[in-house]
Write a protein that binds this ligand. Structure first.
Ligand SMILES: Nc1ncnc2c1ncn2[C@@H]1O[C@H](COP(=O)(O)OP(=O)(O)OP(=O)(O)O)[C@@H](O)[C@H]1O
Length: 341
C-alpha cells in the first residue's frame, strides 16, 4: 500500500467534546454533548433545523464560547482559545470571498494577516490552488468564476492555514444538484488525501450517508445517535432516527415499536390476514427512481410506505384508494428504543 499521511501516522484532527453545553439565556442550544471524532475522520453533523448543529460547529471553531464543558483538538484543550489559535479552519455557506482581490490573493489572505512575505504567501496559495485544481485561475477575480469554482477557492483559503480540522457549514447548499455531487466527491477525496478531520454540518441525509465516516444525528441539542452511515441507516436507535433518515416504517406493535425499511416490506393487493402485516388503503404513489413508493394509511391509524420495484409495479399497478396488505419478515424488524414517538 502506498504511504499516505494517514498510514504514516500523521493523521490529525482527533476532536473531543466533553459534556459541552451552550445556553442562550434560558434556551439550551446544545445540551451536554459527549462526542469523540477520531483523527482523519469525515464527520457529518446531521439533524433538523434548530437542533444545535451550527452551534456545536461554531463552538469547535471558537466563534461561540461553550457555557460549560471542554473541547479538545489533538489532545489540546482549545475551549478558551481564540479561533486562529485552535488549529481549525472554517468554510462558510456563502464563501465570503473578497470581490476586489484575485483568487490567489483571496487564498493567501490569512497569511498576509500573519505577516508572511508576499512571495512566500503567493507560492503557498498556488500550491493550495493546485490541490483544488484551480491553479490556472489564480489571477482571476471571484466574479469571473462559477459557483463551484468559488467554492473551491474558499476551500483552498481555509486549507492554507494547515488546519487539523476543517469545519464546513452547509458547504454544498448553494450549488445546483449536478455540481453538488461533484464537489461532494472532491471534498471526500481532499479529506482522505490530507488525513485531517472534516466536520460538515448538513440537513441532508443523502449528503451524510454519502460522505461520512461518522454520522452524528442531533435532536433538540442532544446527540440522538452516532455511528457509521450504514449503522445509523440500517439500525436506527429510535423512532426519531428512523423517521429522520427516511425510507423506514415505524410500526407500533403495542409492547414495542420496530422500524422496517420500505424496501424490505412486501405489498400485495387486497386484504390478507397474517402475522407481521397491516391492512391498509393506498393514499399516494410516487416514482422513486429505483421503484415506486406506495404510501399507505393502515387500518390502525398509522402511515406506512412500501418501495415496489418497477417490474413488479408495472405487472400489477396500485391505484390510489385501493386496499392492500403490507407485511414484513420479523428478521427485518428492528426494535426501537423508547416506542414509536
Ligand atoms: N445567537 C443566538 N441567540 C439565541 N439563540 C440562538 C442563537 N444561536 C442559535 N440559537 C438557538 O439555538 C438553537 C440551535 O441553533 P443552531 O443554529 O445550532 O441549530 P442548527 O441545527 O444549526 O439549525 P439550522 O439547521 O437551522 O441551521 C436554536 O433553537 C436557535 O434558535
Amino acid at each position: 500500500m502506498p504511504e499516505t499521511a494517514a498510514t504514516a501516522g500523521k493523521a490529525k484532527g482527533l476532536i473531543e467534546f466533553v459534556a459541552v453545553s451552550k445556553s442562550y439565556g434560558h434556551a439550551i442550544a446544545v445540551d451536554a454533548i459527549n462526542l469523540k471524532i477520531p483523527a482523519a475522520t469525515y464527520c457529518c453533523l446531521l439533524g433538523p433545523s434548530g437542533c444545535g448543529k451550527t452551534t456545536s460547529l461554531r463552538m469547535l471553531a471558537g466563534h461561540e464560547i461553550a457555557t460549560s464543558g471542554d473541547i479538545l483538538l489533538d489532545n489540546v484543550n482549545v475551549t478558551g482559545l481564540p479561533p486562529a489559535k485552535r488549529g481549525t479552519a472554517m468554510m462558510f455557506q456563502n464563501y465570503a470571498l473578497f470581490p476586489h482581490l484575485s483568487v490567489a490573493e483571496n487564498v493567501a489572505f490569512s497569511l498576509k494577516m500573519k505577516g508572511v512575505a508576499k512571495a512566500e504567501r503567493l507560492e503557498k496559495a498556488r500550491r493550495m490552488l493546485k490541490l483544488v485544481e484551480l491553479e490556472p485561475y489564480a489571477d482571476r477575480l471571484p466574479a469571473q468564476l462559477s459557483g463551484g469554482q468559488q467554492q473551491r477557492v474558499a476551500l483552498a483559503r481555509a486549507l492554507i492555514t494547515e488546519p487539523h480540522a476543517l469545519l464546513l457549514d452547509e458547504p454544498l447548499s448553494a450549488l445546483d444538484p449536478f455540481l453538488r455531487l461533484r464537489v461532494r466527491g472532491e471534498l471526500k477525496r481532499l479529506q482522505k488525501s490530507l488525513a485531517i478531520s472534516f466536520v460538515h454540518v448538513t440537513h441532508s441525509q443523502d449528503e451524510a450517508l454519502a460522505l461520512a465516516d461518522l454520522v452524528v444525528l442531533m435532536n433538540a441539542g442532544r446527540i440522538e445517535q452516532q455511528g457509521t452511515a450504514a449503522d445509523v441507516f440500517s439500525r436506527p436507535r429510535t423512532a426519531f432516527v428512523a423517521r429522520f433518515v427516511g425510507s423506514h416504517n415505524v410500526i407500533d406493535l403495542g409492547d414495542r415499536a420496530v422500524a422496517v425499511r420500505t424496501d424490505r416490506v412486501s405489498l400485495v393487493h387486497g386484504d390478507t390476514d397474517g402475522a407481521s402485516s397491516r391492512q391498509a388503503t393506498v393514499t399516494g404513489i410516487e416514482f422513486a427512481g429505483n421503484g415506486f413508493s406506495v404510501q399507505l394509511a393502515d387500518d390502525r391509524g398509522g402511515e406506512m410506505s412500501a418501495l415496489v420495484p418497477e417490474p413488479a409495479f408495472h405487472a400489477q399497478p396500485y391505484q390510489e384508494g385501493e386496499r392492500a396488505t403490507i407485511s414484513w419478515a420479523p428478521s427485518d424488524a428492528h426494535v426501537l428504543e423508547g416506542g414509536a414517538n
